[in-house]
Design a binder for this molecule. Structure first.
Ligand SMILES: [Zn+2]
Length: 449
C-alpha cells in the first residue's frame, strides 16, 4: 500500500529557500538531491521537480524550464538565472513555482486527476503560516493526496508540483532518501530544490526530540484476528498513519515493521527497549465477538495510564465507542509482555472487533483506518505535551442536513455470514474478485465432508 508523508516546517524555526541551477547553460545542469543538500548546507531538500532532467514528454527540460520561467518572470523574480546564489524565499505571496492548485482555504478543488495512480508531490502553506510538503510513495491520484492532506491540516494553499512521479526528499543527518522511483542512493538528479535548514542549529541540536515506538501487531505468517478484516493489515495502516502524524510534529518514530513480515511480541519488546522511546504503543485489533475500542496499560498506572486515557478520548471523539481503559493482571505483574517488559510507558490499543460485522465496519476503509492512527497520535502528542493542528472542518464531510445513507449490503454478504456462522474460515470478503479453479477446489474440499 502506498504511503503519504506530510512534512511541516515552521518558518520561525526553519530557513526555507528555493535553489536552482542556472538556466543559461547548454548542458543539463542536474545534481542529485544529496549533492544539492551538501552544497546548500541544508538539513533536508525536496525535489522541486519542475526541472526534472530524466523525464520525457511534458517532463522534458525545455518545456518545464519555459513554464517556470514564465511563472517567475510574471512575479518579477529572476530566480534560476544566477544559479544557487539567488535564493527565492518561500512565503505566503510566493509559494514557489506551483502549477496546479490542489487545495485553497481548506477546500479540495475539482479538476485534480482522479484516475492516474503515481507518486505525487505537492507543496504549500497551512493557515498558520507553516510550510507543508506532501509526497506519496506510489499509487495515488492527485485528488487522493490532496484530500489526505486537507483532512489532516488546515491548508491555505497546496500546489501540485507537476503531473506526478517526481517525488524525492533527502535528509542529511542520516542519509534518509524518500524516492519511490529509486533513482540511485543519492536521489534523482534535478535542477531545482526546496531546502530546509533549522535555525540556531547548535542550540536546537542539543534539545532532544521526543521518541515514540509503535509496535505493529502480528504480520507475515501470523495474520492476527481474521473476520471481516485481516488484523495484521489493518494494524499496519493504522500504525503508519500514526507515525506520519507524529513525524509531522517532529517526533522521532520507530515502527516494529513497515511491511507485511513476521514480527513477534518478543521482537517488538527487544526493539523497543533498544530504541529507548519516551512512549510505546502496540497497535492491534480485537476478536471474540465484542464491540468497540479498548486500551490496556500497566497495573501500576502512571504515564501509561495517562497515555491510555488520552488515546481513548480521541478515539471516542472520532465516533468509535469505547469498552474502556483497562489493565490485566498476570502471574508475574502485567499480563501482556508489551506492557510488562518494555521500559517505556506502554499501551496496547485494540481498535475494533474484526469479527463483529458492525464494529469492523468502523474501520473497513483506508480513511477510517488512518483516522484511528491519527487519534492514537493525538493521544500521544497530548501525553508528550506537544501541540498540533486541528483542521476546523473536514472537507469530505457531507452537508449536515443530508441524512447519511447506510452502505448498501453486497448480495453475497448473507452467504458469507452464513459460512462464518457454520465455522468455515475465510480470509477476506473481496466479493467482486474473480476466483481461480484452484481456489474453488480448495473451498469445496473444506465444505464437502
Ligand atoms: Zn492482535
Amino acid at each position: 500500500m502506498s504511503s503519504i508523508r506530510c512534512d511541516i516546517y515552521d518558518p520561525k524555526e526553519y530557513d526555507i529557500w528555493f535553489a536552482a541551477a542556472p538556466y543559461g547553460t547548454a548542458s543539463k545542469p542536474a545534481k542529485s538531491l544529496k549533492q544539492w543538500a551538501t552544497e546548500e548546507q541544508a538539513d533536508v531538500v525536496y525535489n522541486l521537480c519542475l526541472f526534472n532532467m530524466t523525464g520525457s514528454g511534458s517532463d522534458q527540460y525545455g518545456v518545464i524550464k519555459g513554464r517556470t520561467l514564465q511563472y517567475l518572470r510574471a512575479k518579477n523574480v529572476d530566480c534560476g538565472y544566477g544559479g544557487t546564489a539567488e535564493h527565492l524565499t518561500v512565503s505566503a505571496g510566493n509559494v514557489v513555482a506551483g502549477v496546479k492548485v490542489a487545495v485553497r482555504d481548506g477546500v479540495v478543488l475539482s479538476g485534480l486527476d482522479k484516475s492516474t495512480y503515481r507518486s505525487r508531490n505537492m507543496i504549500g502553506m497551512l493557515a498558520d503560516g507553516r510550510i507543508i510538503v506532501v509526497q506519496s510513495s506510489d499509487g495515488c491520484t492527485e485528488e487522493q493526496v490532496a484530500r489526505y492532506a486537507a483532512g489532516k491540516y488546515t491548508i491555505k494553499l497546496l500546489l501540485v508540483q507537476d503531473a506526478g512521479g517526481s517525488t524525492g526528499m533527502y535528509r542529511m543527518s542520516d542519509g534518509y532518501l524518500f524516492a519511490p522511483e529509486k533513482e540511485g542512493a543519492d536521489g534523482r538528479p534535478v535542477c531545482s530544490v526546496v531546502c530546509m535548514r533549522k535555525k540556531n542549529k547548535e542550540e536546537n541540536d542539543t534539545m532532544s526530540k521526543k521518541k515514540v515506538f509503535i509496535g505493529v501487531g502480528h504480520g507475515g505468517s501470523d495474520p492476527g484476528a481474521v473476520g471481516y478484516l485481516v488484523e495484521k493489515d489493518v494494524n499496519l495502516t493504522m500504525a503508519t498513519a500514526c507515525r506520519d502524524f507524529l513525524t509531522a510534529y517532529s517526533v522521532d518514530v520507530k515502527m516494529s515493521r513497515t511491511k507485511d513480515e513476521n514480527d513477534t511480541v518478543n521482537d517488538e519488546v527487544r526493539e523497543c527497549n533498544a530504541y529507548g522511546p519516551d512512549l510505546a504503543v502496540d497497535v492491534h485489533n480485537n476478536s471474540g465477538g465484542g464491540d468497540g475500542f479498548e486500551v490496556f496499560h500497566t497495573i501500576h498506572g502512571g504515564t501509561g495510564k495517562t497515555l491510555a486515557q488520552n488515546i481513548e478520548k480521541h478515539v471516542k471523539a472520532m465516533g468509535q465507542n469505547s469498552r474502556g481503559v483497562k489493565t490485566r493482571q498476570g502471574t508475574s505483574g502485567d499480563y501482556y509482555a508489551f506492557i510488562r517488559e518494555t521500559v517505556a510507558p506502554a499501551v496496547i490499543c485494540e481498535g475494533v472487533f474484526v469479527d463483529t460485522k458492525a464494529d469492523a465496519a468502523q474501520a473497513d476503509t483506508l480513511a477510517e483506518q488512518q483516522a484511528f492512527g491519527v487519534a492514537y497520535a493525538k493521544g500521544i502528542l497530548d501525553t508528550l505535551g506537544l501541540a498540533y493542528d486541528e483542521p476546523e472542518d473536514d472537507p469530505e464531510e457531507e452537508s449536515p442536513d443530508e441524512p447519511e445513507q447506510p452502505a448498501k449490503e453486497h448480495w453475497a454478504q448473507q452467504y458469507y455470514d452464513s459460512l462464518i456462522a457454520k465455522g468455515v474460515k475465510i480470509e477476506a470478503t473481496r466479493f467482486d474478485d474473480p476466483i481461480t479453479r484452484g481456489e474453488v477446489f480448495a473451498l469445496l474440499d473444506r465444505i464437502v465432508k
